[in-house]
Design a protein around this ligand. Structure first.
Ligand SMILES: [Zn+2]
Length: 350
């Protein structure tokens, strides 16, 4: 019998879906581990827009209730199941992002991000907005000594997502023009760094000049304040009416038409989300006569993550932290995320 059995833990939990008032900071039973699991003391957990959708029950996300969100968790192992090998108490680990089946056509072809059985931590499984999290040892990733818990939790999803978008899906090449939308988001911050790493020429957009200064510091060659200027006109001015080779989309409805119009012939739009809405008009004429490609991108594969994580560990890529909140203030952290004032990652720590 482990010393965490019958123990309670603090967690940001919701018993029904809906507004922020449903998120309670409560005492709940600490998860019990099975023979192949570990129990991890959460030290940092990154916030994601998906946490808001999960709590609201919006965007088709239906978590089982009651639920603890939090997709991007870093912590240290405090208890190991009887069959777990290769890890020990005190190891610093990243969780997730998901449990996959390992046998389907996607898992066996290196596309485990598309596994239909995929269960995501913080969505289908309890996540990291808690003192402890249970996970099978098979999903653990060691945190290099060069990274703090906060840096590790801030880097994983942002760089994994941006790498899958730019490297795997859009196949970025040196010298290409890349338009990074909403550069203040954590995925935008990662997108700028990855595009520059592969020799891209980066145009970054953000809503304030303060964010644009930071985007430049990360390597953006040109910046556009989209709150003040039409970003399509600015893209065309900067590229002398050529357009960009790649648009890095995750904004959705409010930018979609202009994003497509920003592409040069044979350009690629790659998107990993639509935080402002899921529908946008596509100009079918420009799609065919410019031979544009619209590319969807979902998460990242286990295989490519090791390449990304190596570069994060070697500090080639830098996770950018906007601010942290104590675990007890997870609701305030989620409210802050909806205000979109951040540059980089917002996290809760414990
Ligand atoms: Zn599978």
């Amino acid at each position: 019998m482990g010393c965490y059995e019958n123990k309670k833990m603090k967690a940001a939990i919701f018993y029904k879906r809906g507004g922020i008032e449903n998120l309670k900071f409560d005492e709940v039973p600490t998860p019990q581990i099975g023979p192949h699991d570990v129990l991890v003391k959460v030290r940092a957990c990154g916030l994601n827009h998906l946490d808001l959708f999960t709590r609201e029950g919006s965007h088709g996300v239906r978590a089982p209730l009651p639920h603890v969100g939090g997709l991007e968790t870093a912590g240290e192992i405090v208890e190991l199941g009887s069959r777990v090998t290769g890890w020990q108490r005190g190891d610093r680990v990243l969780i997730g992002p998901a449990i996959t089946c390992g046998v389907c056509e996607y898992c066996t072809s290196g596309n485990d991000n598309l596994c239909p059985q995929r269960r995501v931590f913080g969505v289908h499984l309890w996540g990291g907005f808690a003192e402890y999290i249970r996970a099978p040892a098979s999903v653990l990733i060691a945190i290099p000594a060069s990274l703090s818990f906060v840096q590790a939790a801030a880097a994983a999803s942002a760089f994994g997502t941006a790498w899958h978008m730019l490297v795997t899906r859009a196949q970025i090449k040196p010298g290409e023009w890349v338009l990074i939308l909403a550069a203040g988001s954590s995925v935008g911050v990662a997108g700028i760094q990855i595009a520059k790493h592969f020799g891209g020429r980066v145009i970054a957009t953000a809503s304030t000049d303060e964010k644009l200064v930071k985007a430049k510091e990360l390597g953006a060659d040109y910046t556009i304040n989209y709150a003040e200027k039409n970003f399509l006109h600015e893209v065309m001015r900067i590229t002398a009416n050529r357009g960009v080779d790649v648009v890095f989309e995750h904004v959705g409805t409010t930018t979609w038409e202009k994003s497509i119009a920003s592409l040069r012939p044979t350009g690629r739009l790659v998107t990993c989300g639509g935080t402002t809405g899921r529908f946008g008009q596509t100009d079918i004429w420009s799609l065919f006569f410019k031979q544009i490609s619209l590319l969807g991108s979902y998460g990242w594969t286990t295989q490519e993550f090791f390449a990304v994580w190596d570069l994060v560990g070697k500090q080639v890529f830098h996770p950018i932290i906007d601010r942290t909140f104590p675990l007890a203030e997870t609701a305030a952290a989620q409210r802050y995320l909806t205000e979109r004032k951040q540059f980089g990652k917002v996290l809760v720590v414990d």
